[in-house]
Design a protein around this ligand. Sequence first.
Ligand SMILES: *Cc1c(COP(=O)(O)O)cnc(C)c1O
Length: 453
Amino acid sequence: MDYLADLPDRPPLVPDCDGELRQRMGGALPASPAAPRDVLELLLEGADLGICPSGSGRYFGYVAGGILPAALAADWLTSVWDQACSVYELSPLTSVLEDVCRGWLVDLFGLPPDTSVSFTPACTYASLLGLAAARHKVLAGRGWDVATQGMTGAPPVTVLVNETIHASVLRSLHILGLGGGIRELATGGRGRITPQALAAGLEQAAGTPVIVCGHVGEVNTGAVDDLHLLAGSVHQAGGWLHLDAAFGMWAAATSRRHTLLHGLDLADSWATDAHKWLNVPYDCGIALIADPGAHRAALATAPDYLNLSDTQHRHPMQWELGFARRSRVIPVWAALRQLGKDGVAQLVDRHCALAGRLATHLAAEPGVHIAGEVVLNQVPVWFEHPSLDSEAHTRQVAEAFQHQGVAWASTSRWNGRPVLRLSIINWATTEQDIDQTARSLIACHRTLVQRSA
Ligand SMILES: *Cc1c(COP(=O)(O)O)cnc(C)c1O
């Protein structure tokens, strides 16, 4: 509670403490036991040195997300209750809440009513699961059962991916033995697969089983693929459409469902995170699969020591890679119950408006540029120097900003150039936080320009 109370005033700096922390926390494993209280004291001292205050309303690094109070308390209770939730009888609470939240999420996102859901450790695992279902389905269509026949000698699968797709999708494809079939589709520098690249890719793939991977929210810019076009073309070719929607999925709770995200409901699988825009604590990803049969088939292996003969109830392990695991759905239920449909929409709308406010402030300053357009909540910025190299200047501004202690954001690359990227995704972020951040960034830029003038 002390930590949370201090968080709004704490400078969101990343501590440089590796050596000291190792010394305090490490050494050889003690031979004898310690009192639990002493252990916690030691942990708190270490945390004081080494915690990255990513829950601050002025922390805009990566795509971190904050924590809603109800979700945090629910997460503490999850540990207290310590449910290993592989089968119904191990945690009826988990089974029921997973079913309830399945219905809520399908409604919130506007997906087909039978869409199945899995609560995974992260979005990466959700993509792995969605793509495992895709692999099963497209190969079964060629009379090949990947579970029993494996990948050796299987019909070669073509996987068409947005050239700016997140590396977690590629990692999942590599693990699934689909790496050899990956072909990148051009996006014309805007993060959206072009109609020409899509048509050409599908034409080249003709005759092979095909999986297409697009995204709802490119990690730098928030760019969203033309989902309606993608789904129509992919299904005409008999393929499976998988969407990486790690944070962008939640925009489906707003009126963007009918505009920017039009066609979202036509995909075959979606991977998203609750630990980003829903603001539940780490870790929780969510896999959604339109064909529950393909979902189950991708996880067909079942142990006979677990009682799965009861078909009345949901057994979480029939929908997730892990057997025993944490009951991740409990904080998700709490967050959804706290916010309701309108609350999720307001959260997303507010963050998008704050991103727009930040971009407007920044773009009004000479030499400060937004890379592309602000689509959702991500603001990628680069800085132009009147006489020196802009790439080096951008890196220097980013470093000065990261050490100023007002706010924090991470660096990335977009269209071949370095950018500082601010992700507005914490419920605690206010307009004042945004304005303070803009002033800090502009001050860093001006100081560096003046210094070298
Ligand atoms: C964060 C992110 C991922 C990976 O999510 P994890 O939960 O870290 O596995 C994938 N895609 C996008 C667009 C992301 O922002």
